[in-house]
Design a protein. Structure first.
Length: 217
């Protein structure tokens, strides 16, 4: 049984239910440039990708509006949409427990909204390392490999908690085990519906010990 040392979390769909906020945000941009609201396919896309990838995708048939949309996005604070975001049930209880035993990292395709969002919900101090798409997109395995290198932790001692195909592909490229959070259709090593199940899964399948963090502070 492997000794588990590092938990890496996706943000949207794992820490938060943020789908409604993302829909409102991108529909706001589309309204500003005179395009119809998001289609169902576009809604699924924006839940998984970085803001630049999302804007380019939803305006793939409107290239003449691309630069204007990017300008409006940069001028629009995502914090106006925080009221539509809800932390996952049991998240804080799980993190309070997990921080005693594991390094905790965040790997997200959010960009500049990441830190304000974490601070808004008092979550920033739970994480020992935060990787955003402003640094490296999750389409690049370097996003996760940088986290492993920072902690000097092997793949076999790491779990990634995600909910999308982007997370699956990242874990496959990096040879890290994936816990699928609330997505039974995703190909993964483990499946959980909530944070109580995640805690039970870890306790059943892994060895772990109390952790000293001083090395990284």
């Amino acid at each position: 049984m492997n000794i588990l040392k590092l938990l890496v979390f996706d943000c949207d769909g794992v820490l938060f239910d943020s789908k409604l906020a993302n829909i409102y945000f991108y529909n706001y941009l589309l309204k500003k440039i005179g395009r119809a609201p998001l289609t169902p396919e576009e809604i699924e896309f924006i839940h998984m990708h970085s803001v630049n990838e999302c804007i380019e995708y939803i305006l793939r048939d409107y290239p003449e509006k691309l630069e204007l949309a990017k300008k409006i996005q940069k001028e629009t604070s995502y914090q106006f949409f925080f009221k539509y975001i809800v932390p996952e049930e049991g998240l804080f209880e799980f993190l309070n427990w997990a921080k005693k035993y594991f390094y905790l990292a965040l790997c997200t395709n959010r960009t500049t909204s990441t830190y304000p969002l974490l601070e808004h919900f008092n979550l920033k101090n739970y994480f020992d390392f935060i990787m955003t798409a402003s640094q490296v997109s999750k389409n690049n395995p370097l996003a996760l490999l940088t986290i492993l290198k920072y902690f000097k932790v092997e793949q076999k001692s790491t779990l990634y908690i995600g909910d999308s195909k982007v997370d699956k592909e990242l874990c496959e490229k990096c040879n890290v085990k994936l816990v699928s959070y609330k997505n039974p259709d995703l190909r993964a090593d483990f499946y959980v519906k909530n944070y109580k199940e995640l805690k039970k899964l870890i306790e059943k399948n892994f060895q772990f010990h109390p952790l000293e963090r001083n090395k990284f502070y």
